[in-house]
Each structure stands twice: as structure tokens, then as C-alpha cells.
Design a protein. Structure first.
Length: 308
């Protein structure tokens, strides 16, 4: 597959703050690339640079073959962009929103009519064609946002936390649309907070404080997670989390519902240390068992090492 996005040493400073720090990666057409990180980690700044909205301080990025620094207006013609804030006109119907954006893209009246029909069929929007956008649920608004972003048939699509605030069923439905687009050869760059969404990507990158800490496909990252993972059920849970994070050989700890996932260097030694700490601090351990690493466990280890 040919390369859709190629980033080398991309950096952005805001005064003395380095928001994005010498990052590099490449994305092929037909690939879903997940970009994970906490708020303020540099995700949105990266997207703004790759979309030709924000000028890089240094480094290079080619998007659709165009240098984002030299040809930002060219970049905008080959990409689509979906934000987390529903950039739609609430007092217009679904069809009117599509007509408005289609004219901005410069589509001819006949071509616009064809494309509106195509994207409505693709996203399942026909039943809502005459509905005011303000009356749609979050999930359906996001489908409209995707429809407007692909009207001009871009081969690269950026989605900035597209499922934030969307219910689980709508989230799954939207991902089915994204899979279809990837199957048509569209490169998708998706920022997300949800680890279960990251599992759906071909490749993911973890970013923190502007730097990419780890990059790879989900299976590879989990397989290469250092040490072992223990699933622990204990009461009271949050007290156990505070106490257990200090045991020797701990490399990361994450709460999963009523369980804790502990990344440890040695499971046997960690189990003994937990039992001793539990007895000392009045914690009841209900179960301890080894499990395969999840992406959130990988992220916990990476973040722990970054902060050390």
C-alpha cells in the first residue's frame, strides 16, 4: 500500500511550551491509525498541523503527497475532517448541511446531488434527510459530520475523538462506517480516549507531553508488554490501589471496574508482597490471577516509565 501520511521529526512550539516534540510515523492508504493520549498530550495540535491549519515549528509532514508547511491549501483539498464538536448548522436540515458543505468544496450542482445521495445511502441518513440537525442524537449528528467530510471523496480522513459523548451502540455503528471507508482505500487518522476503539485500529501510537512513546499494531504492543499482568479483586478497591502501587517490581496499575490490573516484573514475588501489604493495611484480597495484557495495561506501563 502506498503512503498517505508521512511525518518526520514534526515539532510545534507555543512560546516556551513544546506541544509536539519531534514525532514521526507513516500511514498507508486503507489503514486506520489510532492516536491515543490524555487531554493536552498533543493530539489536536498534531491534527491541526497535518490538516494544514497550524504551521509546524520544524520537521516535515507529507499528506497526500503535499508538504503541509509549503502547500497547506493543497492539503485541504485531499482530506476530510471530523471534529468532536459537531461543526454543523443546527438550524439546517441534514440535506441542507450537506448542500452547504458541498458548495464549499466546489462541487457542481449535478455532482453535489449525486454525492449527497451516495453519502446518505452510505451513512444511513435517508430517514433523517429533512430533519433539523439540532433534533438529532449525538450518534446521528456524528454520521452527518462524517457524511459532510467525505462529500468530495477525500482519500484521507481525520477524526478528532469522533465518538466522544456518543452512546455505545452509535459508537459501534460509526465504526462500521469507518471500516467501510478503510476498505475503500481511505486512510483514517483517529484520535480517541477509548482503548476498545484503539483495538480496532491497524496501528496505534501513544503520545504524552508531545512525544510518541510507543507505536505499533495492538496485538504486537500487547504481546511485547514487559513483565506480567495480574488481575486482583480486593476490598476496599481504591485503598488497595494506593497501597499496591508501592510494592517492589510494580510497573503500572489500572482499575477495571471492581478489579485492579497490576503490571509486575515477577508475578510470584508481587503476589507475596500484595498479601503482606494487604494484611498490614486491612485489605481483603478476594482473588489474584495472571491474565493477558490489555491495551490499557500497556498504556499504564508506558505512562509510568514516561513519568519516572
Amino acid at each position: 500500500m502506498s503512503v498517505a501520511i508521512e511525518v518526520k521529526e514534526l515539532t510545534r512550539h507555543f512560546g516556551k511550551l513544546t506541544a509536539v516534540d519531534h514525532i514521526h510515523f507513516s500511514i498507508a492508504y486503507g489503514e486506520i491509525f489510532g492516536f491515543l493520549g490524555a487531554n493536552g498530550s498533543g493530539k489536536s495540535t498534531t491534527i491541526r498541523m497535518l490538516c494544514g491549519i497550524l504551521e509546524p515549528s520544524s520537521g516535515t509532514a507529507l499528506v497526500g503527497g503535499y508538504d503541509v508547511d509549503k502547500y497547506p491549501e493543497k492539503v485541504k483539498t485531499v482530506i476530510g475532517y471530523v471534529s468532536q464538536r459537531f461543526s454543523l448548522y443546527s438550524d439546517l436540515t441534514v440535506t441542507e448541511n450537506l448542500q452547504f458543505y458541498g458548495r464549499i468544496y466546489g462541487l457542481t450542482p449535478r455532482r453535489l446531488e449525486e454525492r449527497i445521495e451516495a453519502v446518505m445511502a452510505f451513512t444511513g441518513l435517508h430517514p433523517y434527510a429533512r430533519t433539523l440537525t439540532e433534533n438529532l442524537s449525538g450518534g446521528w449528528k456524528q454520521r452527518v459530520a462524517v457524511a459532510t467530510a467525505i462529500l468530495h471523496e477525500p482519500k484521507i480522513l481525520f477524526l478528532d475523538e469522533p465518538t466522544a459523548g456518543v452512546d455505545p451502540m452509535s459508537r459501534r455503528a460509526l465504526w462500521e462506517v469507518l471500516y467501510e471507508l478503510a476498505g475503500q482505500g481511505v486512510a483514517l487518522f483517529v484520535t480517541t480516549h477509548y482503548m476498545e476503539e484503539a483495538e480496532r485500529c491497524n496501528q496505534i501510537a501513544f503520545i504524552s507531553a508531545g512525544r510518541i512513546l510507543k507505536i505499533g499494531n495492538p496485538a504486537e504492543l500487547k504481546r511485547n508488554n514487559p513483565g506480567q499482568v495480574l488481575e486482583v479483586e480486593a476490598r476496599p478497591l481504591m485503598k488497595a490501589s494506593r497501597i499496591f502501587e508501592n510494592i517492589p517490581g510494580m510497573t503500572g496499575i489500572t482499575a477495571y471496574g471492581t478489579f485492579l490490573h497490576l503490571n509486575v516484573e515477577n508475578a510470584e514475588a508481587a503476589t507475596r508482597a500484595m498479601q503482606e501489604s494487604a494484611a498490614e493495611h486491612g485489605i481483603e484480597i478476594l482473588s489474584i490471577k495472571p491474565i493477558a495484557a490489555a491495551l490499557e495495561d500497556v498504556f499504564a506501563v508506558i505512562s509510568e516509565h514516561r513519568d519516572a
